[in-house]
Design a protein around this ligand. Structure first.
Ligand SMILES: [Fe+2]
Ligand SMILES: [Fe+2]
Length: 162
């Protein structure tokens, strides 16, 4: 089905965001792993896979609309250390994703592409209720129990492993 150009443009912009988020979680998960923070590693790795799954949904839709998916572009990655700065950088990127999704949803409404709108609403739900919520929780925990206690819990089950 021939899609509207403004919708395809928005989908490609969102695709860049998802791939950049996946890269940022890729880096952060491996840094956490290197530090022995296995619980944080597992969660960041889970987010990385989910961002790639979001990217996959966008690529499918762009192809369906007979557009060309841009899988090469990336936005600059923000990172730490320390851990709170890494979590904050991830949260900032998720919040930017929320803004971009809302802007893209407005474009789908203007262009009356309601099936694309539905896909983006699902992505918005994942972004707001899962990723953003978890990151806000972590920063809240650090504020409540202190960084040292938080890091102790983030070690998880890696103590004693090679
Ligand atoms: Fe995502
Ligand atoms: Fe996300």
């Amino acid at each position: 089905m021939q899609g509207k150009q403004p919708v395809i443009q928005e989908l490609n912009k969102l695709l860049t965001g998802e791939l950049t988020a996946a890269d940022q979680y890729f880096l952060h998960s491996r840094v956490y792993e290197n530090w022995g923070l296995s619980r944080l590693y597992e969660r960041a790795e889970h987010e990385r896979v989910e961002e790639l799954e979001h990217a996959s949904r966008l690529i499918h839709r762009i192809l369906f609309l007979e557009g060309v998916p841009d899988v090469a572009s990336r936005a600059p990655i923000k990172t730490g250390p320390p851990v709170p700065d890494m979590l904050r950088a991830d949260l900032d990127y998720e919040l930017l994703g929320v803004q971009n999704l809302k802007a893209a949803i407005a474009v789908t409404e203007r262009e009356q592409d309601y099936d694309t709108r539905e896909i983006l609403v699902d992505l918005l739900k994942d972004t707001e209720e899962d990723h953003t919520y978890w990151l806000e929780q972590q920063l809240g925990l650090i504020a409540k129990i202190g960084l040292a206690n938080y890091l102790q819990s983030a070690i998880g089950s890696s103590l004693g492993s090679p």
